[in-house]
Design a protein around this ligand. Structure first.
Ligand code: SF4
Length: 453
């Protein structure tokens, strides 16, 4: 089939502005949208088949916004189940190889635009499916058979989204069983360097990629399937800081692949040398100095945060591969990690979260904190947030006015000596009669004094 548009990596990074857009598929103003890849048996696939359920581009109105589902089914002898997430993430990459088509975000949050120019050339979803099949099979030769279904009928997209969400959850749950300590290597992803040239994603069993699409298992599968692709293994090297999650091997890779722009990377802290942010993060953690706490907001939440700005304004402050201290792009799944921002106090430090995000990760929030974290109905600005936290005796309240005294420093030094150089924050907190969070403050004080590294 001859395509009425060109395809290739030269179109990656092409942005389609509102004035140049013919139609929008998915996006923030459309509720039902998702993409999904599934592994099938060879006899379940009709190789090369492209189906459109609902309207194709020619039947859509200029300037319209439509529900959108992209369903990719693949078969291949060497494909393993963990490859599903990787194939799915490549939908983003290969859609952006298509002239006049823009694809942003991932999973249940895709946002696509078609340019007026591409429409004038005769673009339709049937052609687009053919282009995707061609790209997938040439870039990932382990895919032997592939079919694509586009869904634009609203009812069908809603059903598709429900099924896709069950698949994402099952995939994420599989990856939760592992820890950073029990693996020898992590994985990196450079896919977003097309628009964030210094961004290097480090994926560990306890830190899902910030787009929320690639777990450690999927990073490993991608590396095996496509050794020359955008994913590759990262040897952990020496553990430099167990609490912040700093590894010599990670620092080396990050420095090399960011062209020296990022020299160090803390996997579990948003201060000092946090992980870089690209632009496809599912959520953002942001420091709120007035309460010395951390707020979290996700892409799907349209309202303002208590600091008076929405997700989009915060996102503009980071991204592009920057290492933004106090503002961090992350996967929603990372909030389920045992190491979630552990160097900054973890859940004890989270003070605000939209209700919809709280519903998504509610079971990962320690029970005693669930009612103490404010949502949009509890706090709309800094004053109401402060009042809520005080009323609920949120752990951050202890930080207000907390002073790192010489006495506390000496007590912690005595504890460290007794533990032969090790620090177990929970145990140290009990011994010093302060919270874990305050232990971290005392550690920071000892670091500033040059007593701890
Ligand atoms: S956010 Fe990270 S893992 Fe996801 S595509 Fe971009 S670089 Fe890869």
């Amino acid at each position: 089939m001859e395509l009425p548009f060109e395809i290739g990596p030269q179109f990656e990074g092409e942005r389609i502005r509102k004035d140049d857009m013919y139609i929008e598929l998915g996006g923030p103003k459309v509720k039902a949208k998702a993409e999904l890849a599934k592994l099938r048996k060879a006899d379940e696939i009709e190789d090369g088949r492209v189906e459109v359920k609902g309207l194709d581009i020619g039947e859509m109105e200029e300037g319209g916004r439509y529900p959108f589902g992209i369903f990719v089914e693949v078969a291949g002898e060497k494909l393993e189940e963990d490859m599903e997430g990787v194939v799915e993430r490549r939908i983003h990459e290969y859609c952006n190889f298509i002239e006049g088509f823009m694809h942003l975000n991932q999973r249940y949050d895709i946002w696509c635009r078609l340019s007026k120019e591409a429409h004038a050339k005769g673009f339709n979803l049937k052609y687009m499916g053919q282009a995707l099949i061609k790209l997938f099979k040439s870039e990932l030769p382990i895919i032997e058979k592939m079919q694509v279904t586009f869904i634009t009928d609203e009812k069908e997209v809603v059903e598709f989204v429900g099924n896709a969400k069950k698949t994402y959850e099952a995939r994420d749950a599989r990856a939760r069983a592992l820890s950073e300590e029990e693996v020898d290597e992590f994985y990196a992803c450079l896919m977003c360097q097309s628009f964030a040239p210094t961004h290097v994603c480090i994926i560990t069993p306890e830190r899902m990629s910030l787009c929320g699409s690639i777990s450690w298992l999927e990073g490993r599968a991608a590396t095996r399937a496509d050794p020359k692709g955008t994913n590759f293994p990262v040897q952990k090297g020496e553990l430099l800081d167990a609490i912040k999650g700093e590894y010599a091997g990670v620092n080396e890779v990050v420095a090399e692949r960011s062209d020296g722009e990022t020299e160090r990377c803390y996997l579990h802290s948003m201060f000092g040398y946090p992980h870089t942010s690209c632009g496809c993060f599912e959520s953002l953690a942001f420091y709120i100095p007035e309460v010395d706490g951390i707020g979290v907001v996700h892409r799907e939440y349209p309202g303002d945060t208590p600091i008076g700005v929405p997700f989009s304004r915060l996102a503009a402050q980071t991204g592009g591969g920057r290492q933004g201290e106090g503002i961090l792009g992350m996967a929603i799944e990372y909030m389920r990690s045992r190491k979630f921002l552990q160097a900054d106090g973890g859940w004890d430090r989270i003070v605000w979260l939209p209700k919809s995000a709280k519903e998504m990760v509610g079971d990962a929030i320690p029970e005693e904190l669930r009612e103490r974290i404010a949502m949009e109905d509890d706090a709309t600005d800094i004053d109401s947030l402060k009042a809520f936290l005080e009323k609920k005796a949120h752990p951050v309240v202890q930080r207000w006015g907390f002073e790192v005294t010489e006495e506390l420093k000496n007590k912690l030094i005595a504890y460290i000596e007794k533990r032969e150089g090790e620090i177990y924050p929970e145990e140290a907190a009990k011994e010093l009669g302060i919270s874990e969070d305050q232990v971290m403050k005392v550690i920071d004080g000892l670091r500033e004094d040059g007593i701890l590294e």
